[in-house]
Write a protein that binds this ligand. Sequence first.
Ligand code: PLP
Length: 470
Amino acid sequence: MATGMDKPVDEVDPQPADTHALNDQLTDWDREHFWHSFTQMQDYQPLVIERADGIWLETTDGQRLIDAASSMWCNVHGHNHPVINAAIRDQLGRVAHCTSLGMGNDTTIRLAKRLADMAPGNLRRVLFSSDGSSAIEVALKAAFQYWQQCDNHGGGPRPEKTKFLAFGDAYHGDTVGAASVGGIGRFHSLFQPLLFDVVRAPLPNRDAVPLEVNPADAAAYYLEQLEPLFAEHAHELAAVVIEPLVQCAAGMVMHPPGFLAGLRELATRHDVLLIADEVAVGFGKTGTMFACEQEGVVPDFLCLGKGLTGGYLPMAVTITNDAIYEAFLGDAASGRQLYHGHTFCGNPLAAAAAMACLDVFEQQQLLDALPAKFQRLSGWFDRLAQHPAVTSTRQTGIIAAANFDTARELSGDQPIGRQVAAEALRRGVWLRPQPHMLYVMPPLAISLEEIDQMMTIVEQSIEVATGTHR
Ligand code: PLP
């Protein structure tokens, strides 16, 4: 088999002299060799980022783009942040990686302590993994194993509790366990034969309650539908898994206020563990460090990823309480430990980035600065709501979305959302294209002026793509 190693040195990686030729070469190689995730490669138009700073991405051909999706919902303090860069460099000079299986390192230990101190309520046992999907796998497996070997207040194990309850249109990642609790058909239905069965509850969408229901009773409306599911299945449920407040991949679907607290109460009453998937909504996106805090909820497992390292390096955590942790204790022969781990879990470089990310939150008192940013964004989405091509808008924290009027779509044309995203790209904002909606979730570091800049382009793009004006 021929490999690059067989080629004469001067044939490997020839570097074109001018920027345009280099860009062409990279886009060719991108098309030829880079199989992009969640991307239809047949339609793929290469977009090659060479550097980034703050909320700005810069392509190899010099275009500057606002990162309106915070690099898939993970960037917090902006790109190329001096504090995070310095922390990674410092760590690099000490140790880049050592295993967390049977040993630790000073930086990751400090991070575990810091997360335990910050996490809601009694959550203080931190298990590291490398990405959000793995954090969910850990929570699912730990919840399952917990019931196999817990003391259950002296009542002994409940081995029949092997199932999970999850919500319609949920998304918790793409590994097989995470996909099983996921409920977005177009992502995972093909794999159905590989997935395990879950008890599926209706999507609690605050914007889709029937007209006869008073909006103030929206949480109660959805909780009433959950009650019989708990009554029927609690005996076999290990846990319920939810993305608190906003189901991001579902299309930024927002839950009615009070729903999360009601779910916590139901789960406790029925002896079912609660897994909060804050992989996307954690780290300030909804206005508090963790979304659960907004309803005073303490889950049994809190899963964090993405923004944990400021969006710099792959790291995720599953944080749980002493009662669950203690069910895994025993002597070496007991087999009670959790047999789940990843080579790079607890990686020191990622831990250094995470520590620096938390430092920046504190140094800049970022959470205090957020309400003004949310308000500025809200003003813009109120304007978009008046646009004839827009049917509705919604916002929670830095996450805001608008739905388009699909009746305006002409057959043969790209859906409006994709046309708007293409226009925004030409004008300097990167929106992750969606067929019938748009959303923004920029880095929290975005300034008020940059919100105006981003939203001016978004508004113009809607006008150009739909040929209509407010
Ligand atoms: N959970 C939620 C809510 C997510 O949004 C995602 C990713 O978008 C995941 C889990 C999976 O995280 P990762 O892509 O890091 O595996």
